[in-house]
Every structure is written in structure tokens, then in C-alpha cells.
Design a protein around this ligand. Structure first.
Ligand code: TXA
Ligand code: MG
Length: 335
């Protein structure tokens, strides 16, 4: 049976091996500061088709093209608003994805036929080295099967694709642990956040001088319509174990019987307050350290998914800063 190969992404020989595969149209898993991605030649339709197939991702869900340098967006996109340019300047390399008009030459498969394209310049040194060595844009969706929890460690990727002949570059645990924030920044339009993520609304506001609009989830799973940002599909980031999102007050009402079947997920404080009697529990960190909670979130969800509890109960965090993106992921995991 084919199995993944994990190589230390900081070694030049690993980068060489990855570039050879990418040039041959094969996917390679690479670390980024947000989550691990399944990279493929962003301008090669056949390589992109391979990524969709490996992820079992529907073709209506467009990909993000990653570039080595902030200025690299000019090669694939145009018509970016001033706000978009300011965000690119202030935040790249980093965990923000900007959606602008797509240039000729960007394959339909990368954008699912949309007139726009999503671009990101990642800050992870391994991703950056790989992008430079490859010399062109790399499409990289999160390296998980469609709808499943995003990977934040090389081991998550090799578990997820255990039966695939896939090269995984190991770049240590992803620092941010949440996917990039996706912002539509077309000329003549106010900026609009399509997916909450590692860059907060507050940080965006500090750059563009206004609070961006946040698009509400509209597209439904199973809908035949090409969704505007299918990352907004209601159900996503989901463990196999059913997950319910609750406030601490709601979780206090769980009976002793119910507790026995529940795997609890929450901040250190929430888990301590709710006390004993749960099948198992995972803590995200201190409630006032949202960045640490975000970095831990997907890993903790995986841990609890691997327990034999019948249900995961996640406790909502404070809805500000990164807490908003944490609650968003938990809500989608529970949909
Ligand atoms: O942090 C990240 O963004 C990670 C790492 C690997 O870079 N990648 C990632 O890719 O999360 P993926 O494919 O799992 O999510 C891409 C998101 C989806 O929500 C997709 O719908 C949206 O970007 N997207 C891509 N192209 C778009 C477009 N032209 N218009 C609107 N949304 C788009
Ligand atoms: Mg994803």
C-alpha cells in the first residue's frame, strides 16, 4: 500500500525532492504558519485536478494561489482596491488572503471559473523556500479531506492521507493554527471578509481605517451553485464525533449521565469551572490568550475525536479578536 513520506522541510534535499514532484505535476504537503497545505503547481490544470481528487474536494470550491513575494500577486491578479493594496503591504508575508480580479493565464480550475482569484504570500520559512525554489504560484488548500479538520502538524497530514504516496514537508506545528483570513478587495467595492481567520477584524481595521463587512454564510452544502466563498459552507472543519457548541451556562445544565458521554473542549477556565464527570476533556489554554487557544484548537479537536466519547461539547470563547474565528470554526464543526 502506498504511504506518505515525511521529510524535514528545513533541509535543502527535501526542498529539491518537493520541487521535482511539483514540476512533475504531483502534489506535495507543505507547512504554513496557518495550517498545512496540499501544494500543487497553480498554473497546471492537471496538477490542480490531482489536488481536488486527493482531497475529494468538489470542483466548485476555488483554491488559494500562494506566491513567494508580496509583489507576486501582480502576476495572477489585478484590479485590487487601495484597501487591498494596503493590506498586502502591511500583512504580507502573513496569514491574510486577498481576492481580486483574476488575470489571464490563471486556470479555471484554480478559481472554479470565478472572475476572481485568491492570493496569499505565506510567512512560514519552509513554504517560502519552496515557493522560491519552485519559481511560480502554488495552489494550496488545507491538507485535509474535504470538510474535515485542518492539519496543524505533519503527522496530521500523514494520518489524513495514510494510503497516499504523498511527500509531506515537516515544518513543526503551525504557529497560528487557524486558516488565513480571506478578504475580497475589488476596486470600486468596500472590502469584505469572506472567511474569518488568523488576522483579526481589529487588525484589518487598523490598516484600512474602517471595520470591514463580514459576509454571512449563505451557500449550503450540496448546493449546485458555485459558492462565492465555499469555505463559508455551514459544515466544515468537522470531527467525525458530533460536536455541539455551548455557552458555559448551557454546559452547566448537563446531567451526570450526559457528562459521562461527553468530551469537553474549552479554555482552561471553562474546563476548570465545569469540573468533573466528563468522559474526557481538552483545554485550549488561558481564556485571555486567544492566540494560544487558536493555535491549539484543531489539534485539541483531533484529540477528542480520537477518544471514544459519543459527543464533543465545545464551550464558546469570548467573541472578540481571534475568539471570533475560534467560535466560527466551532460553529461550523457543529453544523
Ligand atoms: O491559511 C490558509 O488559507 C490555508 C493555507 C494552506 O494557506 N489554505 C486554505 O485553503 O485554507 P482552503 O482551500 O482550505 O480554503 C480556501 C478558501 C475557501 O474558503 C475558498 O472558498 C476561498 O478561500 N476562495 C478561494 N478562491 C476564492 C475566490 N476567488 N473568491 C472567494 N473565495 C475564494
Ligand atoms: Mg480547508
Amino acid at each position: 500500500m502506498p504511504t506518505p513520506t515525511v521529510l524535514d522541510g528545513t533541509l535543502p534535499a527535501s526542498i529539491d525532492a518537493a520541487v521535482d514532484l511539483l514540476r512533475a505535476g504531483q502534489p506535495v504537503a507543505m507547512p504554513t504558519e496557518t495550517v498545512y497545505g496540499l501544494a500543487a503547481d497553480g498554473l497546471d490544470e492537471r496538477a490542480l485536478a490531482g489536488v481536488f481528487d486527493l482531497k475529494r474536494r468538489p470542483r466548485f470550491d476555488p483554491l488559494i494561489l500562494h506566491v513567494a513575494e508580496p509583489a507576486g500577486w501582480h502576476d495572477i491578479a489585478e484590479g485590487m482596491s487601495d484597501a487591498g493594496r494596503r493590506l498586502a503591504e502591511a500583512m504580507w508575508p502573513g496569514p491574510i488572503t486577498l481576492v481580486a480580479r483574476r488575470r489571464d493565464g490563471v486556470p479555471d480550475l484554480a478559481t472554479s471559473g470565478l472572475p476572481t482569484v485568491a492570493v496569499r504570500c505565506p510567512s512560514h520559512p519552509v513554504a517560502n523556500t519552496l515557493l522560491r525554489a519552485f519559481g511560480g504560484p502554488l495552489a494550496a488548500p488545507s491538507a485535509n479531506r474535504f470538510g474535515a479538520i485542518s492539519p496543524t502538524r505533519a503527522g496530521h497530514v500523514s494520518d489524513e492521507f495514510a494510503d497516499a504516496d504523498l511527500l509531506v514537508l515537516d515544518g513543526r506545528p503551525s504557529e497560528r493554527g487557524l486558516e488565513s483570513t480571506v478578504v475580497r478587495v475589488l476596486e470600486g467595492e468596500p472590502p469584505e471578509v469572506l472567511r474569518l481567520g488568523a488576522v483579526t477584524l481589529e487588525a484589518i481595521e487598523a490598516v484600512i481605517g474602517q471595520t470591514p463587512r463580514v459576509r454571512a454564510a449563505t451557500s449550503q452544502p450540496g448546493s449546485a451553485e458555485p459558492a462565492e466563498s465555499p469555505g463559508l459552507l455551514d459544515r466544515h472543519y468537522a470531527p467525525r464525533t458530533p460536536l455541539r457548541l455551548m455557552t458555559e451556562a448551557q454546559a452547566k445544565e448537563l446531567t451526570a449521565d450526559q457528562r459521562q458521554r461527553v468530551a469537553l473542549l474549552g479554555s482552561d477556565e471553562a474546563v476548570a469551572t465545569l469540573g468533573e464527570g466528563f468522559a474526557t476533556a481538552a483545554t485550549l489554554g488561558a481564556a485571555d490568550r486567544a492566540a494560544e487557544m487558536a493555535a491549539r484548537l484543531f489539534e485539541a479537536m483531533r484529540e477528542l475525536d480520537a477518544s471514544d466519547a459519543g459527543q464533543i461539547v465545545a464551550i464558546r470563547v469570548e467573541d472578540a479578536g481571534l475568539g471570533r474565528a475560534i467560535n466560527d470554526r466551532l460553529a461550523r464543526a457543529s453544523a
